[in-house]
Design a protein around this ligand. Structure first.
Ligand SMILES: Cc1cc2nc3c(=O)[nH]c(=O)nc-3n(C[C@H](O)[C@H](O)[C@H](O)COP(=O)(O)O)c2cc1C
Length: 187
């Protein structure tokens, strides 16, 4: 048995009944073998990024984020879509993760992006933009993503993912991310 793959799951929403957080909880509950999923809970406490807060002025929350990302074997981001774009809080997190320039925590990091929204396109624009941003940060981005439209029909009233098709797609994303992370690095 191999060591479990440590996946840091990052929700792009701090809403109590967030569908996106619900997707990450569902991913954790799938209980795929050889995978350990930890949900990052610090998004709402991250200060707004400023270059004045770098180096020795770095806030504890930003250092914690950096450590959590670097300790993870892979990252799974679940993003909502706000006004056709990536939510500000998640962009702020990615701005922190971009530093230091050229050596941020996403450099070479196997990363998958998923998203959910009540609309029919399931946060597709935000998923695409987030994919581009982490790609710019040097992440090793999984080609397969997942966009969950009409999210209110896919979750129970207690916020549990109930849609079997979405569950299977989520499992496929986890398998893809795991394969990507375990693939030997070729020069
Ligand atoms: C300010 C704001 C802008 C939004 N813009 C979009 C949008 O452009 N596209 C979309 O599909 N949903 C949009 N929504 C709806 C969100 O997708 C919905 O609130 C979703 O549940 C948020 O994700 P969460 O459940 O993970 O918190 C918007 C919601 C808010 C509050």
């Amino acid at each position: 048995m191999r060591n479990p793959l440590k996946i840091l799951a990052v929700p792009g929403s701090v809403r109590a009944s967030s569908f996106n957080r619900g997707l990450l909880v569902a991913a954790r509950n799938i209980g795929q073998s050889e995978i350990e999923i930890e949900i990052y809970e610090g998004l709402g406490e991250l200060p707004i990024f400023s270059q004045d807060l770098e180096g020795e002025n770095m806030p504890a929350r930003a250092s914690e984020l950096d450590r959590a990302l670097r300790n993870a074997d892979a990252v799974l981001i679940a993003t909502p879509e706000y006004t056709g774009s990536i939510p500000g809080g998640l962009k702020n997190l990615l701005d922190w993760a971009a530093r230091p320039f050229g050596n941020g925590a996403f450099q070479g990091k196997p990363t998958a992006i998923i998203g959910a929204s009540p609309g029919q396109y399931g946060a597709a624009r935000s998923v695409e933009m987030t994919t581009n941003i982490v790609g710019a940060l040097g992440a090793n981005v999984l080609e397969r993503n997942l966009t969950v439209g009409r999210a209110m029909d896919r979750f129970d009233s207690d916020g549990t993912l109930s849609d079997e098709t979405v569950k299977r797609s989520l499992e496929d994303v986890l398998t893809g991310l795991s394969d990507l992370a375990r693939r030997p690095v070729t020069a």
